[in-house]
Structure formats: C-alpha cells, structure tokens
Design a protein around this ligand. Sequence first.
Ligand code: DNO
Length: 357
Amino acid sequence: MKMTMRWYGSQFDTVTLQQIKQIPGMTGVITTLYDIPAGEKWPLDKIQAIKAEVEAAGLKIEGIESVNVHDDIKIGLPSRDKYIQNYIESLENLGKCGIDMVCYNFMPVFDWTRTDLAKERPDGSTVMAYDQAKVDAIDPQTFFDTTTTNSNGFVMPGWEPERLGHVKELFDAYKDVSSEKLFDNLVYFLKAIGPVCEKYGIKMAIHPDDPSWPVFGLPRIITGKDALVKLMKAVDKPYNGVTFCAGSLGTNPKNDLPAIIRALPGRIYFAHVRNLHHFAPGLFEEAAHLSSDGSFDLYEICRALDEIGFDGPVRPDHGRMIWGEKAMPGYGLYDRALGATYINGLFEAIEKSKKSK
Ligand code: DNO
C-alpha cells in the first residue's frame, strides 16, 4: 500500500505539501482541481501544473478524488452524452499526465451527509456526526444552508454552492429516478468511459454512498457488499473498481467491513481507512482512527486489505479537530497525521507477523 493524504490544492487547503511530506511514511497525495465544476473539462495545463507542484514537494499524485459526475448523467437526461464526452476528455488529460486512479461517486444531489460538523467530545475535540432524526425533521434546502454556514468558511467536497443553490430544481429533476434507473445510468456512464480508461490504464474507483441508505428520499445504490459485487459484475472490466471507504460503508452497522474487502479481490483501487462510533442505528459520530475509540476493528480492515493483495493508495480519512486547529471539517492536519501514523503501524505489524510465521 502507498500512504497518501487528500490535498485540495494550495489555493484551497489549510495543509501544505511540506507538512504532508513531513508525516512519516507519506509518499503521495490524492488531489483534485477543486474549482472545476462537475461536468466541465479538466484542462491539460492545469493538471500539469498541479502535478509539477506536488512533485516539486517530493510527493506523487497517486490519484484524483474526485472527478465529479454531473447530475444530468446520474439522472439520465439527453444532455448526459455531452457531459460524458467532457468526462472522457478530462480522463484523457489525466491519462496523458500518467494519473491512473480516479475516485468518483454516484450519489444524487448530496455527496456525504452529516448533521453536525463540530460535535464536541468530552476531551474538547470536535467531530462530525450524523443523526437520522435530525435529517427527518429538516428540508433539503435548510439542510444545505446549515451545512454551508457551519463549515468554517470552507466549501466542503460535493457541497458546491453553485450547484446546490438550486436544491429544489435538482430534487424535481430526480423525481422519476428510481434505484434501478440510477444503477442503469451508472452502467451507461461506465461503459461509455471504458475505451479511454483502457487506453490509459485508468482505474475508476467508485466511492460508496455515505450514509449507506437513501437520504431525503433520494435513491442510494452503492451501499454494501451486494451492491458493489453487482456493479463489478455489470461492467466486468479491470477499469471498473472500488474505493473501499470504511467510514461510509460502516455507517450501516450490518456491513461487515473485512467481508466486503474479501468479496472484491483485485477490484479495490483506493482505501479510506477510518473509524466511527455507533450509538444506535442511524446515530453515530466520527471517532479517532484507533480501533478502541470507535466501533470498527482497524487491524482487521488492514489485514483484509493485505490479504487480497491490495497495493493501491490508502489515506487516513476525516479527522477530529484537535489542538485548536481551524480547517475544513474532517480535513485538518493533526488528526489525519495521527491516523496515517497509526495505519502505517498496523501495516508494518501485519507484514512482520506474516514473515515470522
Ligand atoms: C468525504 C469524501 C467524499 C468523497 C466523494 C467521492 O469526505 O469521502 O466527498 O470524496 O464522495 O466522489
């Protein structure tokens, strides 16, 4: 595995490449062109510029998170072909720069969803949290407005004001999109981008839905083992793969995380390794990475990744806000750096215990 950090680019991130480089074991970043709206082409010169910047800092771009998919593709509107063509050209430009892993999601309207962006824990740290009862009591527009107001002045990934300024219109556009239709639209998209992925050896890694159930009545289809296996079979090509995200799949306590990993040998191209603490179904908060701080066994997750021969990028995920840091919720430096160090330790122990057997 390769240890990486998500980095939004020097214009948008509070964390610098130098700080990332100083974290032990860190070899790369997962980045994006954060200011390019979903559906628009990624210009070659911008990709080349960010690549040069990352490499000058002694790091490598191990992948993109995300090249976002335009809603018209998810809805299946006639205009989707134009946006798919743009997507293909973006992949072409990434391929020309030797970037070969792209994380994306297929969640309607909202990306990941949390009801609290800074819930205080007894030790004074803050974490993001989710309470289904709060979602049930609020309308999508108010939800978007509160999320935006509470995000410390940052635009969170998947929460772009230009797009979500039209929440009502977006919801209307999705009104006839059932889970089946959404799945078919995903397959249509994947088949259309197949040739460019194959030409450049690009691995598409779908990010699971977070949380892993319908939110505000919108369908969510990438929710667990069966859904992921079904998608791998629907487009049974190496370019069609998965981002294993412990925190997203783990929102459903019934999802057995190591079993999901073992069901996808050879198809996991990227891993988000983190922890959550469950209080009750639909009620959880994000925890520190350490197994004992949350509900998941991070050792077993890393062991399953090792067992299937996973050799792609791993990144620590949403960190707590600690030591007075002010950053985009989930994406500060300190707790993610602690997470990376801990995950490195787990992998070292797994490696060595295999050798000693
Ligand atoms: C949240 C992230 C997601 C993820 C997208 C992938 O912190 O894990 O926003 O990047 O769903 O497209």
